[in-house]
Design a protein around this ligand. Structure first.
Ligand code: SF4
Length: 267
């Protein structure tokens, strides 16, 4: 059962140094998708949700539509979102992301939208008009793996959404994220999708507290054959796997003339 609250906010823009963007917009606090590996769960500490479980609360940020940032957001690079999914399951009913998109459409800015959901297709009219970029995350083609750790759109529907977006002229980015060691097959994902993807992003699985133990337990029960390797990476802090993977991704993307970005972080 998800606890939903509507919270009025005076400002929806947060300044950021993330990847060349000026501002990020998170239409929600929390995320009803509740992925087991979500790095955004640190938000609980800063938003009075410390006693709740990630995925079981969400605040809908009700913005009045007035831009209060000192520097205008017009023509700026804006990223939506970094610590929630703008198309998480409750967006279908609350349409908060759509409301914000309508305001951004009036203002005019360079928008990049990140999601794990095909609900993004609902807003194709605005995204096309704004010439927005759309990023959809896919870290496996195995639907059972997804069912085990996310409450999101099936992989095949995400891939269909990317194809549709591309066919409609949207710049498509597939984010292979998070890469689960020995499970995520980046070549397989690229080979399946390369006809309709403009750019690939790669992010590693970076396990922090409080979800580190949950993910390691999940691996131990679901993929016991990788327990030792995961302990080596996440307990012994051996980054050799990531070093070689980064090298392989670069070599593969360069050989196949693919546009790509790699963002590996280690706790
Ligand atoms: S959809 Fe994204 S923001 Fe939401 S829980 Fe999953 S990883 Fe976190």
């Amino acid at each position: 059962m998800i606890k939903i609250k509507e919270i009025p906010v005076g400002n929806i823009f947060s300044k950021t140094s993330y990847r060349g963007y000026s501002y990020v917009i998170n239409p929600y606090t929390g995320c009803a998708s509740g992925c087991m590996f979500c790095h955004a769960c640190f938000m609980q500490q800063f938003t009075n949700h410390i006693d709740e479980n990630w995925g079981e609360f969400i605040d809908v940020k009700r913005w009045d539509g007035i831009v209060r940032t000192k520097r205008t957001v017009k023509d700026r690079n804006i990223l939506m979102s970094t610590v929630t999914d703008p198309y998480n399951p409750i967006e279908k009913e609350y349409k908060n992301t759509r409301y914000i998109l309508e305001r951004l459409q009036e203002i005019g800015c360079n928008l990049t939208v990140c999601t794990r959901s095909d609900l993004v297709l609902r807003d194709l009219d605005i995204l096309k008009d704004m010439k927005a970029n759309v990023v959809i995350s896919v870290n496996t083609l195995d639907e059972n793996f997804v069912k085990g750790c996310e409450n999101t759109t099936p992989i095949q529907d995400r891939l269909k959404a990317l194809k549709k977006l591309h066919d409609e002229g949207i710049y498509t980015i597939l984010s292979v994220s998070p890469i689960f060691p020995y499970i995520t097959d980046f070549e397989e994902i690229i080979e399946t999708s390369k006809d309709y993807i403009n750019e690939y992003w790669f992010e590693n699985l970076n396990l922090r507290q409080p979800y580190k133990e949950t993910v390691l337990n999940f691996i131990q029960h679901t993929y016991p054959e990788y327990t030792e390797q995961y302990n080596n990476i996440y307990i012994e802090k051996d980054n050799e796997y990531w070093f070689f993977l980064k090298h392989n991704i670069m070599r593969y993307c360069q050989k196949n003339n693919l546009k790509y970005k790699i963002d590996f972080r280690h706790s």
